[in-house]
Design a protein around this ligand. Sequence first.
Ligand code: F6P
Length: 403
Amino acid sequence: MEDEILYIVMVGLPARGKSTIASKLRDNLIRDGIRTRIFNNGDLRRKLFLKDTSHSGFYDPKNREGVALREKIALTNIRRAKDYMGNNGQVAILDATNVSIKRRKKTTSLLGDHTILFIECVNEDKEILEASILRKINLPEFKHLRKEEAVRTFKERIRYYQSIYKPLKGERNFVRLDSLKNQILAEEIAEDIPYYDRIRDFLVTDTVKNLFVVRHGETYFNLEDRIGGDSALTENGKVQARALAAYFRKKRIPFIFTSNKKRCIQTAEPIRRSQKNSIIIPFEEFNEIDGGVCECMSYEEIRKKMPHVYSARRADKYNYIYPAGEGYVSMKKRVEMGIRKALYLSTNSENIMIIGHRAVNRMILSHFLYRRKEDVPFIYIPQDKFYHIVTTQNKKLFQLKKY
Ligand code: F6P
């Protein structure tokens, strides 16, 4: 089995996460001792023709010169991949858009009888797409352009690819993956695919090297046991925030995701200041559970003034939804979206931090750690400790640490 060879052909429009998945897949396979290499058409193009290929016209399917050059690049990479396999390679990943049937047919015929697995990446989330495009235009090929011009020309490039895009259908072995949710949307496997069990498992695993889930420091509302609102940190809360910053001073935290609320952003500020290059990204997805008619009330007030709310929530805390507000059950989707976005935007960073709230952090933790639903609203979320989470294909760590 170990000597079997596999060609993986990535498929998808630009900025859909293909290269990120390809490189993580390669790292995982290499870690397992499987000789794997990526053959990336964009990299080869930039190496050979950096000067003239950033403008969108190069990707116009009617531009014959552009089509011919891109074809040449694709063929060069296929040839190199075959050479690699001839020299003991086990997995070759052809990383390019490969969106047209014509290109895929040609690739298939050039690879002869070898097993091919197509992996198509899709992701139509507007916010993520914009963020990915901003990341793309940092590449050297856009250096000579102003930011707006680079974004415009890159979006036009995507449109050209869209005009010839045919999703996978009928290929012998393929997987269509939602690259934001790590969810397999379609799967057709007609042959025995070498290493497929670990590849498939990898595709659906959230890979998080180090995620630090922190609750904001103490607030004035916390002192009175009031829920929700947008209260600021107390002096003690500010001391906690500084202690947190001191604890993480020696780690690189390039991204600190928070809710939109003052208390989370205030908790994040000292960390950002103590780091070299760090940004705070507030997401409304990480806002605390909306208490609806009970917002800003204390638990005691709720118990006295709205005993029906108090007792109904006690009876089924997970499913109970505050009138005109939320419940754990209804927060799940948005918090998960926040996690997805945070992981996607911080791809490749060693450390990520999310500073959230009690209920939100429970939902974040339950995303990584299986808990029965009814136990989720009771997960312990203190203000002087944080959770350290590592989840990769072969490592799961979940640790509560004091700072
Ligand atoms: O009290 C702080 C707080 O974050 C409130 O804003 C929120 O309503 C509550 O905790 C969530 O915890 P529980 O679901 O246990 O009431």
